[in-house]
Ligand binder design. Structure first.
Ligand SMILES: [Zn+2]
Length: 238
């Protein structure tokens, strides 16, 4: 299935936390969007790989994603290696996205920056015809996305552009709340983590406000680029 936008991210919930509003907005505009989670998040302190998978499916329904797939790489230990790059290349060629969204280039969790580099390099390799990958025994066609944009996670990074997601903030929060095991729950007996502390939801909210207000909107989500952005007409910039 061909997609317009594919997110390739380290952990189930990375996509929702950082750009759930952007996903919901582009789906409402008629674009086909999918998520490939690299790992099952099996090293997460709270919940299990199974609960994370169930929560990801719930969020998938809320957002209206075309597809959600898990590559089953090792949480915490996947590498930007030839072996893991070829798995990501196969996923990119399978969905032939125009735009790929990836993890933050650097963040508190080392998986995030490593995933960002893995996905960025895999997008380039995916365009090389001599890099061979197969899907169901069939050799795949080379495919290079037009652009790779990196979202911003817990550590603040100055964005290169911001998407106005004001109308889709509530949907993002609904999708986030699907990951019940990960976030603040007064009933939970599991150990507190960086993201289950109630302060984390305040960070999400205030970050959304900050990004939004800086472009004259209520809520926004920021992204960084690795290559220069171009524009045909100055009036297309807001
Ligand atoms: Zn993560």
């Amino acid at each position: 299935m061909k997609l317009d936008i594919l997110l390739v991210v380290a952990h189930p919930d990375d996509a929702e936390i950082s750009c759930g509003g952007t996903i919901a907005k582009h789906i409402s505009l008629g674009y086909k969007v999918g998520v490939v989670d690299l790992t099952r998040g099996e090293l997460g302190t709270r919940g299990t790989a199974l609960t994370r998978a169930q929560e990801a499916m719930e969020s998938t329904k809320i957002l209206g994603l075309e597809v959600r797939e898990n590559l089953g790489l090792r949480d915490g230990f996947f590498k930007n290696s030839e072996e893991d790059q070829l798995k990501v290349v196969a996923a990119i060629r399978k969905y032939q996205p125009e735009i790929v969204l990836a993890n933050a280039t650097h963040d508190r969790h080392p998986d995030h920056g490593r995933a960002s580099n893995l996905v960025y390099e895999s997008c380039f390799l995916s365009g090389l015809t001599k890099v061979e990958t197969k899907e169901n025994e069939w050799v795949q066609t080379a495919w290079r996305p037009k652009a790779v944009y990196c979202f911003i996670q817990s550590q603040y990074i100055k964005p290169d552009f911001i998407v106005d997601v004001s109308e889709f903030w509530e949907k993002k929060m609904m999708a986030l709340r699907a990951f019940k095991s990960q976030f603040y729950d007064p009933q939970s007996n599991e150990p507190e983590t960086f993201i289950s502390n109630p302060g984390f939801m305040k960070l999400i909210e205030s970050r959304g406000h900050e990004m939004g207000y800086s472009i004259g909107a209520k809520y926004g989500e920021g992204f960084t680029v690795r290559n220069m952005l171009g524009v045909d007409n100055l009036f297309n910039l807001k």
